[in-house]
Design a protein around this ligand. Sequence first.
Ligand SMILES: CC(C)(COP(=O)(O)OP(=O)(O)OC[C@H]1O[C@@H](n2cnc3c(N)ncnc32)[C@H](O)[C@@H]1OP(=O)(O)O)[C@@H](O)C(=O)NCCC(=O)NCCS
Length: 206
Amino acid sequence: MAEGIPVTRIEIPASRIAAIREAVRTTTHLGAGAEASRLARAEDAPAFFTFLSDPAVHAPIYSLPRPLTEANVLAFIEDHMAQREAGEGLLFVRDNGEGRILGYSDIQVWPHWAAGELGGALHPSQHRQGRGTRGAAESFTWMFEALHLDLICETASHENIATQRMLDGLGFARKGEVESTRSDGTTRASLVWEITRDDWFRLHPA
Ligand SMILES: CC(C)(COP(=O)(O)OP(=O)(O)OC[C@H]1O[C@@H](n2cnc3c(N)ncnc32)[C@H](O)[C@@H]1OP(=O)(O)O)[C@@H](O)C(=O)NCCC(=O)NCCS
């Protein structure tokens, strides 16, 4: 949980709020083709737990279950199924076709502000090859288009240089700092970035 985000909060009409919730509820994939991620399901819990267990994956991410156990990962997946039904959240995984998870994306949506946040990770074997930046850019375009959002708000810890470089490089604007609360009640400082739909498509034309 991160209090204080998004920083920019513009109320939108009820008809748009309903359209955003409906888009979240009916989504099954993030992206297209072989690179697409699918919704996480209960059966993914063992492989997802294995993927998350590497500190290079879980340490920077405040929103993951703590303590990190397979049962808590299952509860995390089930909570996101409920978030999807409410039109407020989505959890996607990408696997190698043989049950090994290669990455995940966790999308939080604030329908009444037409705003969203993307979190996630890649398997460490995939780090530092530009994949994170490419995948995040495609996901941000998808969030604006498929979920009808006006704003994306992102956070990263002071130590998370890769995410900081990625967000600065993609043209997000720095918006200060908030305190993020992990599921075990501990807190950490998070830097905040935002970008509007207009700025995103000006900087990243289709
Ligand atoms: C964040 C993450 C998805 C980035 O993916 P990636 O494919 O490794 O990143 P990229 O190769 O696209 O690199 C992005 C930028 O960070 C830099 N970078 C990557 N890893 C770095 C590291 N360990 N230390 C310093 N800089 C790093 C790259 O040089 C690049 O900067 P540049 O464009 O200015 O040259 C990946 O590191 C990851 O899964 N981390 C664990 C979870 C996490 O931190 N999630 C984000 C918070 S929700």
